[in-house]
Design a protein around this ligand. Structure first.
Ligand code: HEC
Ligand code: HEC
Ligand code: HEC
Ligand code: HEC
Ligand code: HEC
Ligand code: HEC
Ligand code: HEC
Ligand code: HEC
Length: 495
């Protein structure tokens, strides 16, 4: 591979003076050499055990018959090669909440990050500092949670909603409970949600991405691993990726992606395309793998109004500018700095447009309606609450996320086209109807509330970016559109 690169460059340099070319080739070799050795040191090699433990050999000999597929998968894994067996992962202390006596051993079915940490300390540390590890905790009390418990669901499954158990928790993670007889409570397990709260108190499930019992890197690096959760109407990262140029090149060149290689550095071990892991986790020539997927992200794109990702964290948190710098470092494995900087300007422009034109006004209107007593405290019992939820939680996220990962169809048609339709043809009429209801009420406080909302709506719609809706476009803009319309007619409409 190295030879090939050098040859290509040499041909290019033939046009330069021979001496200069030689100097260049030496310089190239030096950089290539130093980067390669740097990257090797970044793919950690853990010491294998010399022998399979007696315990694990016993488990395996019986489970070979009991669960032949599980046994085969383990047999193909690096763990098997390193003499890491059933017992090394499943062994438990008698004091563990989920310890069970199994044959002659104390084991637990759940292998938590704390168990993996016996050997993979660094990965577990990074993961436990990530938002991923808080996936279960962070849904409590959200609007979506109310949906699962009350609106779609009912507390009919051991005092939980089946929608929480088989919906939210499968991605976010459950709080795993152990029944008095030592079995795992079926309300809470099987579950490998990303922020699962384990009986030993640790957070997360490494199996969310590393499927057992092969624990193959090739599988974890594929976009489908992330796509099990990152998809659908409110966070369509998988669909976005699939239709981006990156996704297209990935599927066209899967066999050249070197997915099973121990060392996996863009530009050294593969170059066809980045996967989700490449941009959010993997090593580059400059920095090592991270299991904290927030390390390279500058915006929070899932909030009603986007903010920089460090705005809710304490002062010691990594500043958003540094996170962005690291992501740009990934891009630069394959692109020029100029292209990457320009891309970020395009991306920021979409986020700022969405924030300023629709999201901030939406927040202000909903707040004024609540404060004016024109809405109940209860979420989702009034049409406008669904309108607003779909606007930011589905369509607004799609627009922003499409722009962040190069899917113009999501930015435009699944995104801002839907945001604007919902704003002008649903939200505005619903606000007007609530104002009217308030104005007709006998209660003076409702009348006053309605007047405040009326003034706010009036002020919003008279902003430059909304004026067109009131027919108040400037003469200049009107003329511009009339000319364009004429040209369009000439091209497409029948004479
Ligand atoms: C003599 C046979 C035998 C030995 C030895 C044995 N197991 Fe099992 N194990 C079984 C059988 C049978 C089951 C039940 C399988 C089923 O339900 O499909 C089982 C179930 C399990 C389960 C699932 C339990 C559950 O509640 O879901 C785990 C985990 C497990 N074994 C791990 C181990 C480990 C680790 C060892 C070694 C320390 C081990 N086994 C040794 C036979 C054995
Ligand atoms: C590298 C660690 C690791 C090794 C080695 C390992 N397991 Fe597991 N095993 C896990 C994880 C992780 C789970 C998922 C349980 C959870 O956390 O929900 C699991 C789940 C299981 C289950 C229950 C779930 C199912 O799919 O039925 C059984 C049974 C099991 N393992 C048996 C074995 C046996 C037998 C061996 C040895 C041949 C083995 N394990 C080796 C990590 C390991
Ligand atoms: C007893 C020590 C030990 C435990 C416990 C353990 N591992 Fe490993 N793991 C290893 C060793 C040793 C290797 C092999 C390293 C090598 O060959 O480069 C490895 C390799 C891996 C790899 C890389 C596989 C590859 O193809 O290169 C992954 C992923 C992994 N482990 C995940 C896990 C997860 C997840 C858990 C917990 C569910 C876990 N391990 C538990 C020792 C352990
Ligand atoms: C298919 C998997 C999946 C399901 C099912 C799911 N979520 Fe999520 N959820 C995600 C992902 C992925 C994100 C992160 C999205 C992003 O960053 O764009 C997320 C984000 C969130 C957030 C924002 C967290 C934050 O820190 O900003 C909340 C709250 C939430 N989900 C609650 C729920 C609730 C409640 C349910 C059940 C009604 C649910 N989710 C169902 C995958 C899922
Ligand atoms: C969000 C998905 C995801 C989760 C969750 C996750 N991993 Fe990984 N892990 C990956 C990916 C992707 C790679 C491959 C990165 C690469 O080589 O570019 C990886 C690589 C690894 C490696 C090999 C590291 C190396 O330097 O070669 C180990 C070991 C590992 N993970 C252990 C764990 C443990 C332990 C956990 C649980 C705390 C965990 N992972 C949770 C996605 C994940
Ligand atoms: C089992 C479900 C699941 C899988 C698999 C998963 N994620 Fe996530 N991811 C989530 C959830 C849930 C959140 C939101 C967590 C929160 O804020 O509470 C999230 C958040 C994120 C974030 C935002 C983090 C931040 O700090 O702002 C990124 C980036 C991300 N995931 C990338 C990935 C990548 C890359 C993969 C695959 C290698 C992956 N995820 C696999 C469920 C998952
Ligand atoms: C070419 C690199 C690249 C690839 C490939 C990529 N992403 Fe991203 N991702 C980004 C960038 C850039 C951002 C925005 C970063 C920022 O805010 O500064 C982002 C943002 C995100 C977010 C944050 C969304 C939020 O609500 O805040 C999640 C989650 C995410 N990506 C998941 C994924 C998943 C899952 C895949 C694969 C299906 C993927 N990404 C593929 C570069 C990439
Ligand atoms: C592993 C290499 C690789 C990495 C890393 C990578 N890209 Fe790409 N990118 C490509 C390839 C290959 C294409 C497709 C080029 C084509 O269409 O001819 C592409 C296309 C693009 C395009 C579309 C360009 C066009 O002309 O339409 C944009 C924008 C882009 N990448 C931005 C980024 C950003 C931003 C990052 C980092 C967050 C990034 N890329 C990381 C390989 C990469």
């Amino acid at each position: 591979m190295k030879q090939l690169i050098v040859n290509t460059y040499s041909t290019g340099f033939a046009r330069l003076s021979k001496k200069l070319a030689a100097l260049f080739v030496v310089a190239m070799l030096m950089t290539l050499g130093s980067q390669a050795s740097l990257a090797v040191s970044k793919s950690k090699v853990i010491k294998p055990f010399n022998n399979m433990s007696k315990e694990s050999a016993t488990c395996a000999s019986c489970h070979k018959k009991e669960n032949p597929s599980l046994y085969q998968q383990w047999g193909r894994s690096k763990h098997f090669g390193a003499n890491v067996g059933c017992y090394e992962c499943h062994k438990a202390d008698a004091a563990d909440a989920d310890a069970i006596r199994h044959k002659d051993f104390m084991i637990s079915v759940i292998v938590s990050p704390k168990d993996c940490a016996n050997c993979h300390t660094e990965e577990v540390k990074q993961f436990s500092e990530s938002k991923h590890s808080n996936g279960a905790a962070s849904i409590e009390g959200s609007d979506d949670h109310f949906l699962a418990e009350m609106v779609e669901g009912a507390m009919t499954f051991n005092n939980q909603s089946p929608m929480t158990v088989s919906g939210c928790w499968q991605c976010h993670g459950s709080k795993v409970k152990v029944l008095p007889n030592g079995d795992l409570d079926p309300t809470t397990w099987p579950n490998t949600g990303i922020g699962r709260i384990n009986p030993d108190g640790s957070k997360g499930a490494c199996t969310a991405c590393h499927q057992r019992h092969e624990f193959s890197l090739g599988q974890a690096r594929r976009p489908e691993s992330c796509g099990s959760c990152h998809l659908g109407p409110n966070h369509p990262q998988k669909e976005i990726y699939d239709q981006s140029k990156h996704g297209i090149n990935f599927y066209a060149n899967q066999d050249k992606m070197n997915l099973d290689s121990a060392k996996w550095v863009a530009g050294e071990d593969y170059d066809a395309a980045p996967t989700c892991a490449t941009c959010h986790m993997s090593a580059t020539t400059e920095f090592s793998i991270t299991h904290n997927t927030g390390e390279r992200i500058s915006w929070n794109l899932r909030l009603p109004v986007s903010e920089k990702v460090d705005s809710f964290e304490d002062e010691e948190a990594k500043p958003w500018l540094l996170r962005r710098k690291d992501m740009k470092g990934v891009c630069k494995s394959c692109h020029s700095a100029n292209m990457v900087n320009n891309f970020y300007e395009q991306f920021d422009a979409v986020v700022n447009l969405y924030n300023g034109k629709f999201a901030q006004p939406g927040v202000e209107l909903m707040k004024a309606l609540k404060e004016g007593g024109l809405l109940t405290e209860m979420p989702f019992d009034e049409a406008i609450e669904w309108t607003w939820f779909y606007l930011w939680h589905h369509e607004g996220r799609r627009a922003r996320q499409g722009a962040s990962m190069q899917a113009p169809d999501y930015t435009q048609w699944h995104g801002m086209a839907e945001v604007s339709r919902r704003f002008y043809t649903e939200m505005v009429p619903q606000v007007k109807a609530l104002i009217e209801k308030g104005q007709k009420s006998d209660k003076p406080e409702l009348k006053a509330g309605a007047e405040k909302v009326r003034q706010l709506l009036d002020e919003i719609l008279n902003r430059d970016e909304h004026k067109w809706f009131l027919g108040k476009m400037s003469e200049e803009m009107k003329a511009h559109h009339a000319t364009q319309r004429e040209q369009f007619k000439k091209r497409y409409l029948p004479k």
